[in-house]
Design a protein around this ligand. Structure first.
Ligand code: GLP
Length: 261
């Protein structure tokens, strides 16, 4: 795991977008894993700007989102399909046929989860997976006690998550109780992971995810097992990390980061 501390939420998001753009230019057929949430909105704004101003080309890439609520149709403004259309897809030249999210309306949800896993495999696996982090430490909707080897499946959302996502639904009672999410095992199979966290409200969970023991209670801690995971935080989200000087030293000295400094 590597930790990169950026001065602000804007520069942290721009940093993530720059890595995505770099990997996309290196491999136009990139299979990109996407995340939702407020934090990611800034990343998508940067990518849209790069598409418009720097001709960043999405035409050959494919995308797989981490999760989708059960029971919401793609046109529902609260669905993650709608989120993706609104924040990214409709502003860039991605081929919509190559954009994938689990179908939260499927009659047979179990079958839908198996289909989604198989589809990821058919596309050769995920090259670059973007991740946010919930306040309880979930990645995707892998709530506490998610098995370290779990695959795409239906998860019941915890009270913390319902509370966290309530504002966008206009009340906790309106948040769907379940979601389909890629499993921890699915996420760990991606070739590269980028986790972005910004703001003071994420400081405690980031310290646990990066410096705490691996536990299924905090699914983000399992990223410590990933061979190529970069955590990008702003100063506020880095607030409770103990080894900040070390992370800064690595970033300043590691040749891989030369073009990003
Ligand atoms: C939801 C998503 C997660 C995301 C989290 C954080 O729970 N399922 O994938 O990481 O929200 O959201 P925010 O960026 O709004 O804090």
């Amino acid at each position: 795991m590597e930790v990169i501390i950026q001065p602000t939420d804007e520069t942290a998001a721009a940093f993530v977008a720059t890595i995505v753009a770099h990997d996309l230019r290196a491999n136009p057929h990139l299979v990109l894993g996407l995340a939702t949430g407020k934090t990611m909105e800034r990343v998508y704004r940067c990518l849209v700007r790069m598409h418009k101003e720097e001709k960043l080309d999405f035409s050959l890439c494919s995308t797989f989102n981490l999760d989708e609520y059960v029971g919401l149709s793609p046109s529902d403004p609260h669905s993650y399909r709608h989120y993706m259309d609104h924040h990214l897809f409709r502003h860039v030249n991605v081929d919509l046929r190559n954009t994938h999210l689990p179908n939260g309306l499927a009659d047979d949800l179990e079958k839908e989860c198996t289909r989604y896993e198989a589809l990821i495999q058919r596309f050769g696996g995920i090259d670059l997976q973007l991740l946010g982090i919930g306040k309880a430490g979930h990645i995707g909707f892998n709530e506490p006690l998610s098995a370290l080897r779990s695959r795409t499946r239906v998860k019941a959302l915890t009270p913390t998550t319902l509370k966290q996502n309530a504002p966008s639904f206009g009340g906790e009672e309106r948040v769907p109780r379940r979601a389909i999410t890629m499993g921890v095992g699915t996420i760990l199979e991606s070739r590269r992971c980028l986790l972005l966290a910004t703001g003071e409200s994420k400081a405690e969970v980031i310290a646990k995810a990066v410096e705490g023991p691996i536990t299924s209670m905090i699914s983000a801690t399992t990223l410590q097992l990933h061979p190529r995971c970069t955590v990008i935080v702003d100063e506020s989200a880095a607030g409770q990390l103990k080894e900040k000087d070390y992370y800064r030293w690595i970033f300043a000295n590691e040749p891989e980061w030369e073009e990003y400094r």
